[in-house]
Design a protein around this ligand. Structure first.
Ligand code: ZN
Length: 163
């Protein structure tokens, strides 16, 4: 089922998400709904809070869509990379964000199995962006002070109710 995307500045996006204690049918359904929602909006990543579910569940669009439950970054490369990224909760806003080039994460898959997953480049960037969402951290928090000043007007436009 396609879900509504929560947009900035909803306070939900600032809340910390809860660990999933047991992967149930409901968790699986949430993951599938998130994949459907992400694909419908042509997004490449989505986190629970963005659909109003404060649960540590993210979906990532790689060669195929993947669901990660309770994802945790185990290792990250020292090397960083600054690239433009967007967020479904900020339509039309693209910011250059510095992220670790590679990460290794640990998570549960939708079957409740523990998995380790290594990613470099764009997939690593998506994982860092989505895991941030689970802690209420948004990509605008990761930009520098000067870029934040520059985006102030853009943010105002986003916040303006549609006429
Ligand atoms: Zn996002």
């Amino acid at each position: 089922m396609n879900k509504e995307i929560i947009k900035y500045p909803s306070p939900v996006l600032r809340k910390k998400s809860q660990e999933v204690e047991k992967v149930t049918e409901e968790t699986k359904r949430l993951g599938w709904d998130m994949i459907e929602t992400m694909e419908e909006r042509k997004g490449i990543g989505l986190a629970g809070p963005q659909v109003g579910e404060l649960k540590r569940v993210i979906t990532v669009q790689l060669e195929k869509p993947l669901i990660f439950i309770n994802p945790k970054i185990l290792k990250k490369t020292k090397e960083t990379e600054a690239r433009e990224e967007g967020c479904l909760s900020f339509p039309g806003l693209f910011l250059k964000i510095k992220r670790h080039k590679g990460v290794e994460i640990e998570a549960l898959n939708e079957k409740g199995e523990k998995i380790n997953f290594e990613a470099v480049g764009l997939p690593a960037r998506i994982l860092q962006h989505e895991i941030d969402h689970l802690d209420g951290i948004l990509f605008i928090d990761r930009t520098g002070f000067w870029q934040r000043l520059k985006i102030r007007n853009k943010l105002r436009q986003i916040l303006k109710p549609p006429s």
